[in-house]
Structures are given as structure tokens and as C-alpha cells.
Design a protein around this ligand. Structure first.
Ligand code: MSP
Length: 640
């Protein structure tokens, strides 16, 4: 990236929803952003690193209600959990923004006003499908089976309400031009291509206000339409500007445009399509890079609270250490691809990369310097004997900036580790113990000093990823990790001055067995049972199955697959069941026939209609057949 020499850098994480507590997916985004921010500061760029929480919207309102709290009270509580976690993990953010902050609210209203005055916002009616979980609108053709959210798979709601719209379609051409002109505006390239093809399909104007709930930012008073609140994504994206004082005290606006917005692939569309369009409307420059990472799964499955497979980053850090966790997250997967979290893989990284390659190398250099030179290190003959090794190290170091600017943290660390391999191999090749025996003290010193210098250079470049470990190495080698030493040891490729090594405790310890609490393991075996489809008899008895008689049946309008049934289950009133069987049965042939019904299923809304149960059917590739009692039975007869 050509802008690597810029003077200021603004680096952001997404702001996290407060309807859930943090898990390793959130930690991943934050750790990468922290690494980029630390790197940026180290190389001398004035850096501003932002993180925070996203606190408005229907999802948060509902989560608060469930817990009997008001939304603000609830948001305060969860926002603090995020902030405390980042503090515990020593994330070097410069500001933690909350979308309930007064300055943010003012800034969002000012932006809305500006877009409105510009003619980019108009009032109309919105009718469509809304996924509360993703806070997103969809057209029916985008839905799975005409009903479910294409992003998260949950049921969508039909919404028809008055709404203000943002003229997204107006910016379609300008967006395509931007993608074309700025090669690295979206990284990695595969993700950029996805965005381009999405935009090429045509952009519809975006509904940016809601009237069906209250927990959001009101429209600016100049528009005077109190029943509307601003759509949560417009509100949330604006955090990147309001954190710099947009609309209030604009003293930090010179950090704009952002150097990099770090996001997960699931929220790339919002950042790579809506956000630049909003910015164009506000006459502001566009971010330099939007970098989208993949998802962390657990045993191949998406993590979610309901599945009980969420991993708490704090628990991992407490068990294995913050720095090994950081190293693992940054090293294990290629940027943009998904990764699977396993304790085994983490332990392997700790034992082999951290303990063997890095920790032991430091121990060896401390040990050799103690044994042969009373801890003294003198670099004066390193060049004489080890020009080749120094050149090789320089070649590795030269490659690092590109990796960091392309957010390829895995390749960055891989390259850095080549210097450690070089150092470890040099000990094997030159055998300092032999040199000492042969009285070649000058050569032995040159070698030990070479190792110390290779470690020092590694430590400086390791600092963004593992700041504490890097500082420990620097402490042993009597220098400080800072921009001056970065210039000296990396840019100018100089060597350490003479010094006395300080003996420090080992950097890492070898891990024998998995350390995460028993509770987790139990959960895992429970999950394994689930995976194999094994349930207990108690699980089975939780399902109430009954014989039902279909009394009424009709087609659901605008749906290719749904029928609306009224079923007699021997209860006071008939049950309404929405069933996806229209392709296989006509309403007429169903009336007065019997079916098997799951009677204690939580009611759900399907295409805006309440469904109070489910009928059983067998389905293969060719057809679907309803499961019916062999002989007629009284409506409501339990099935065992
Ligand atoms: N509030 C929005 C972002 C608004 S930014 C203007 C949001 N919040 S989130 O809490 O749901 O997600 C925040 C980030 O965490 C996203 O980048 C998302 O991709 C990331 N992750 C959430 N789960 C994840 C994994 N399992 N794995 C990796 N990252 C994932 O979206």
C-alpha cells in the first residue's frame, strides 16, 4: 500500500452489539486492529485507534426487555463487559465510543440533516421483510424459502411502515468507480469481488428510519417527525466520524479518512457499500482500506449462545496467557478465511513456535553469554563473521511492512519466525561450545552477539503482535522497544551497543494438557452427543406429539410453498399451523384428514402469520408425504 508513509492513521474495529457478551470472534477483530495500531505507532505514525459498542436498535431493545431492564441500563452493563475485557487484554485503544454518547447522537443528527438538505433523503413507505437479528431488510427473493434471513437463517418479519429513504441508488456508479480506482479499498481481493458483483446487481434506496420501536436516535429537530428513529446501521457507521468529533468538537477530524476499518465478512456490505455512499453524501473522503476477516468457528460450527459453544476470550487468556492467545489468533488463519478454534491447535503453537523457537532461543543466548562471557555481549565482530546471516535477516524484515499493510498477520509472523529459524540454525552450524574449546573466543562472541541481535530485531517487529513478550526480550537484551530503536535496529539495520545480558525467567512454559475448564469439556461432549443425534428419553418426552384433524386449509397469499391450516387438537379452539407443503398437497385434499402434530412448539411468525405447531412429514429429493395415523383416532390423542 502506497500510503504506508502517511503521517496520521485512524484504525477502527466495528462497534460491538451489546445484546451479547464478548467471544473470541470479537476478540479476533480487536486483536488484529490492536496489532495494526501498535505497528503504526512503532513506525512513527500518529495513530488513533477506536473501538466501542453499538447500543441502539430493536435487537437491543428486545434483549433488555427480556431481562426486565430498560435499554440504557442494559447497554451500560454489557458495554462495560466489553470495555473491561479490552482493558484486561491491554488493548491500546485511544477511544471507546458508545452510540449512546451525547456527542455521537448530535453528530448522527447533523449528518442526517446534511444528507436531507442535500436531497439524498426522502420520505415514503417501506414494505418488506426485516430480520431483527441482523437489523437488515430483504426483498422476498433474497429470503431463503421465502421466509428466512439469508444471512443468519432466522425468521423474518413483514414490515410496512412510513420511512425515510437514503438515495443509495444514486451512488451506484460512484461506488463502482471507487472500487475500480482504489485497488486496495477492500481487502482481501476475493471479498472485494463479492462486493462489486453485489453492487452491479443494482442498488435500491435504503430505508433509514423506523417507527416500530423507540430505542434509537431521533431525527434532527429541524425535520420534526418524532415517531421516527434512525436506522441502527446509519447510527452505528457514523461512530467512525463522531468519535473524531464530527458535528461537535471537530478537533480530531484531521485523522479522517480512516486508514483501515477492520470488519468481519458478515458486515462487509454495510461498510463497503452503505458507508462510502453515506460519506459521499456528506462530501467526505472515503476510507483507505476496509479489511474483512473470516469467521471463527468451534468444531466447524458457528458460535452462538444458544448452541452453548461460545468461547470466552478471558477464559482462554486466563488459562493460556494473553500473549499466546494473541499469537494464536494472528498466526493460525490466513486473513479473510475462516478458522476453527481448538485448544489442541493453540497448545501446539505455544509449545512449538513460542516455547521452542522463541523462548528457548532466548534461554540459550542467556545461557551461552553467562557461561562464556559473564553475560557480556559485544557486537563488534558480528559483521566480520556473519554478514550472510545479517543479510538474510534483512531480507525477511523487508517483507514485513507489506504483510502488515495487507493485514496478513499470519504471513507477517511466519516471516518473522524465519529469523528465529535462522538464529537457531546458526547455533547448530557454528557450534559455539566447539569454538570455545578451540580457543576461538572472538568467533564465539560474534555468534552469541549475532543471536542476541537477531532476537532484538525480532522483538521489535514482534512488538505489535506480542507487546509484553517483546518487552521482556528487550529487557533481557537491555534496550527499549520504541520508535528510536525501531529506526536504529530495523530501518538503519544497526546492531546493539555493548551490554550485559539480564537473566529473566523463561518467556513461555510448555503445556502438557488442555487447560480450559472441565465445564467446557463437558459441554463439548454433550455437543458431540447432539451431533451424533443422540438424545435421552427425557429429551424425547419433552416433545408433545398429538393426532390432529385438519378442519380448514387455504393457500397463503404471495407464498409458493405455504398453506394455512386450522387443526383440531381436541382443545377449546383450533390451532393455526402454517406448513410448507403447498407444492405437494392442495387445500381441498387435506380437509378432514388426520396428521401428526408437534403440539408444544413455541409459536412462530411465518410471513406475518402465527403458526402454533408443526405437522410431521417425510421428505426426500422427490416428494413429501404427511405422516398420518394408520387408523382414525380422536383429535388430540397423544402419540408415544
Ligand atoms: N454492531 C455491528 C457492527 C457495527 S460497526 C459500525 C456488529 N456487531 S457484532 O458484535 O455483531 O459483531 C462485531 C464484529 O465481530 C464483526 O466484525 C463480526 O464479524 C465479528 N464477529 C462476530 N462473531 C464472529 C466470529 N465467530 N468470528 C469472527 N468474527 C466474528 O456487527
Amino acid at each position: 500500500m502506497k500510503d504506508s508513509h502517511c503521517k496520521k492513521a485512524y484504525i477502527t474495529t466495528p462497534i460491538y452489539y451489546v445484546n451479547d457478551v464478548p467471544h473470541i470472534g470479537h476478540a479476533y477483530t480487536t486483536i488484529i486492529a490492536d496489532t495494526l495500531a501498535r505497528y503504526s505507532r512503532l513506525v512513527g505514525i500518529d495513530t488513533f485507534f477506536l473501538t466501542g459498542t453499538d447500543e441502539h436498535g430493536q435487537k437491543i431493545e428486545e434483549a433488555a426487555k427480556k431481562r426486565g431492564k430498560n435499554p440504557k441500563e442494559y447497554a451500560d452493563e454489557i458495554s462495560k463487559v466489553f470495555k473491561d475485557l479490552w482493558d484486561y487484554m491491554e488493548i491500546s485503544y485511544d477511544k471507546f465510543i458508545r452510540t449512546t454518547d451525547k456527542e455521537h447522537i448530535i453528530g448522527v443528527q447533523k449528518a442526517f440533516e446534511k444528507m436531507y438538505q442535500k436531497g439524498d433523503i426522502y420520505k415514503d413507505y417501506y414494505e418488506g421483510f426485516y430480520c431483527v437479528s441482523c437489523e437488515s431488510f430483504f426483498t422476498q427473493t433474497q429470503l431463503i424459502e421465502g421466509e428466512f434471513c439469508p444471512d443468519c437463517g432466522k425468521s423474518t418479519q413483514i414490515v410496512k411502515e412510513e420511512s425515510y429513504f437514503f438515495k443509495l441508488s444514486k451512488y451506484e456508479k460512484a461506488l463502482l468507480e471507487w472500487y475500480e480506482k482504489e485497488e486496495k479499498c477492500i481487502i482481501p481481493k476475493s471479498k472485494k469481488n463479492e462486493v462489486i458483483s453485489f453492487v452491479k446487481q443494482g442498488l435500491q434506496d435504503l430505508s433509514i428510519t423506523r417507527t416500530s420501536f423507540e430505542w434509537g436516535i431521533k431525527l434532527p429537530s429541524s425535520i420534526n417527525d418524532p415517531k421516527h428513529v434512525i436506522y441502527v446501521w446509519l447510527d452505528a457507521l457514523m461512530n467512525y466520524l463522531t468519535a473524531l468529533g464530527y458535528g461537535t468538537d471537530e478537533k480530531r477530524m484531521d485523522y479522517w479518512p480512516a486508514k483501515v476499518h477492520l470488519v468481519g465478512k458478515d458486515i462487509l456490505r454495510f461498510h463497503a457499500v452503505y458507508w462510502p455512499a453515506f460519506l459521499m453524501s456528506l462530501d467526505l473522503p472515503l476510507p483507505k482500506h476496509i479489511a474483512a476477516h473470516g469467521w471463527w468457528t468451534r468444531n466447524g460450527e458457528k458460535m452462538s449462545k444458544s448452541k452453548g459453544n461460545v468461547i470466552d476470550p478471558k477464559e482462554v487468556c486466563e488459562a493460556y496467557g494473553i500473549e499466546p492467545f494473541r499469537y494464536f489468533m494472528l498466526r493460525e488463519v490466513s486473513f479473510g478465511l475462516d478458522g476453527d478454534f481448538s485448544q489442541r491447535a493453540l497448545i501446539d503453537r505455544i509449545n512449538s513456535d513460542l516455547n521452542n523457537d522463541l523462548g528457548n532461543l532466548l534461554n540459550r543466548v542467556i545461557g551461552m553469554s553467562q557461561k562464556y562471557f559473564d553475560f557480556n555481549i559485544d557486537s563488534k565482530n558480528v559483521l566480520k563473521y556473519h554478514q550472510k546471516e545479517l543479510n538474510e535477516a534483512r531480507e525477511h524484515i523487508k517483507k514485513l511492512p507489506d504483510f502488515i499493510y495487507n493485514v496478513q498477520t499470519n504471513r507477517y509472523l511466519e516471516e518473522l519466525w524465519k529469523i528465529l529459524t535462522l538464529a537457531n540454525q546458526s547455533i547448530t552450524i557454528y557450534e559455539p561450545w566447539k569454538l570455545m574449546k578451540e580457543g576461538k573466543e572472538e568467533e564465539a562472541m560474534a555468534l552469541v552477539a549475532l543471536i542476541a541481535n537477531l532476537l532484538a530485531k525480532t522483538a521489535i517487529m514482534l512488538y505489535p503482535a506480542m507487546p509484553k513478550s517483546a518487552e521482556k526480550i528487550a529487557k533481557a537484551l537491555k534496550f527499549k522497544i520504541n520508535h528510536e530503536n525501531y529506526k536504529k535496529l530495523i530501518v538503519e539495520d544497526k546492531l546493539l551497543d555493548n551490554f550485559k545480558i539480564e537473566k529473566i525467567p523463561p518467556l513461555f512454559t510448555k503445556i502438557e494438557k488442555e487447560l480450559l475448564a472441565e465445564r467446557k469439556v463437558k459441554k463439548e461432549s454433550k455437543k458431540a452427543e447432539k451431533k451424533e443425534g443422540i438424545i435421552t428419553i427425557d429429551d424425547f418426552f419433552k416433545v408433545s406429539l398429538k393426532v390432529g384433524t385438519i378442519v380448514e386449509a387455504e393457500e397463503v397469499k404471495k407464498s409458493d410453498r405455504l398453506l394455512k391450516l386450522k387443526v383440531d387438537l381436541g382443545e377449546e379452539s383450533l390451532r393455526q399451523i402454517i406448513a410448507g407443503i403447498k407444492e405437494y398437497y392442495s387445500p381441498k385434499e387435506l380437509i378432514n384428514t388426520q396428521v401428526c402434530v408437534v403440539a408444544n412448539l413455541k409459536p412462530a411468525k411465518i410471513m406475518g402469520l402465527v403458526s402454533q405447531g408443526m405437522i410431521l412429514a417425510a421428505k426426500d429429493e422427490d416428494s413429501l408425504t404427511l405422516i398420518r395415523p394408520e387408523k382414525p383416532k380422536r383429535a388430540g390423542t397423544p402419540i408415544k
